[in-house]
Design a protein around this ligand. Structure first.
Ligand SMILES: [Zn+2]
Length: 287
């Protein structure tokens, strides 16, 4: 699930808002002041530095515990309809239920997930690349820890105002969060016939209208008031300012030497039944 538009995700505990109302107010995480003599616990477990580096109003790093067998069981019990919400819920738990988890940009979420999974299982990933010139298939192997991380752009606005020509409204665009992802999947599960793509739904949820809007009202607003050209601008906002793990690859075909570019596929199998290279013979010998 790479950037910029993961089309998967979830919804954990009951939302703070009535159903279908999405709280888009920016969250501010003030450091908690400790009395001078207070005992402060050091962070539990491992720390991952987030690609957003604190620029989006939440901390620059997140701690996590080890993935437990029970986490895997929950992931395996997920269905197509709740896969994203299940992954988000399990990952949030693994991240010690970080208070800011749902406000996190999905690019940060993907980075954390891939980082933790690569640390737990295998950082090498094999996949097949089909040459776009001659259709020849080659196997490609990458090491996740050697992928680059794309930094946020220096001029990234936390909100980008945009005027909607038809209504004269000024809406504000922001990046897609874990909460948007959860809400989008829940909405699609409850409204299987809704005529909206997951991509557009994510964008609609990541708009601040300056007034409370249900998800259905957001979709209707986008469909009826935003021109196709304006939607293209919104899509470009999300593409241009996306950041996190760079999953793009370039492959030279072993048959025709043609170059194929693409994005490394991260599939549900990568997190549900990952392989681990364990030398069982050595384990036996050590008994
Ligand atoms: Zn080729």
């Amino acid at each position: 699930m790479g950037n910029p538009t993961p089309d998967k995700m979830f919804m954990d505990n009951p939302p703070e808002q009535p159903k279908e109302k999405v709280d888009l107010s920016p969250k501010v995480y003030e450091p908690v002041e400790q009395p001078i003599d207070a005992h402060v616990d050091s962070p539990v477990g491992n720390v991952v530095d987030l690609p957003s580096k604190g620029l989006l109003g939440y901390p620059a790093s997140i701690t996590h515990r080890e993935i437990m067998a029970g986490d895997e069981e929950i992931l395996k019990s997920s269905t197509n309809k709740n896969f994203s919400r299940t992954v988000n819920k399990v990952l949030k738990s693994i991240c010690n239920n970080a208070e800011f988890f749902d406000d996190m940009y999905v690019g940060d979420r993907d980075y954390v997930m891939i980082h933790i999974w690569a640390n737990t299982y295998d950082s090498e990933k094999e996949f097949e690349v089909k040459c776009r010139h001659c259709q020849h298939k080659d196997d490609m192997k990458i090491d996740i820890f050697r992928l680059d991380s794309i930094d946020p752009k220096d001029n990234m606005p936390s909100r980008l105002p945009m005027r909607v020509s038809k209504t004269g409204d000024t809406i504000k665009l922001r990046l897609v969060t874990v909460r948007d992802d959860n809400n989008a999947e829940e909405y699609m599960a409850k409204n299987p016939n809704a005529e909206v793509s997951t991509e557009t739904l994510h964008y609609a949820l990541a708009i601040e209208f300056g007034r409370p809007m249900s998800i259905a009202e957001r979709i209707q607003y986008v469909h009826e008031n935003i021109t196709a050209k304006e939607l293209a601008t919104i899509r470009e906002f999300h593409r241009h300012f996306s950041f996190g793990l760079d999953t793009s690859f370039e492959h030279t075909c072993s048959e025709c030497q043609g170059v194929t570019r693409g994005n490394i596929p991260f599939l549900p199998e990568d997190i549900i039944n990952p392989q681990v290279r364990t030398d069982l013979e050595q384990l036996l010998r050590s008994q």
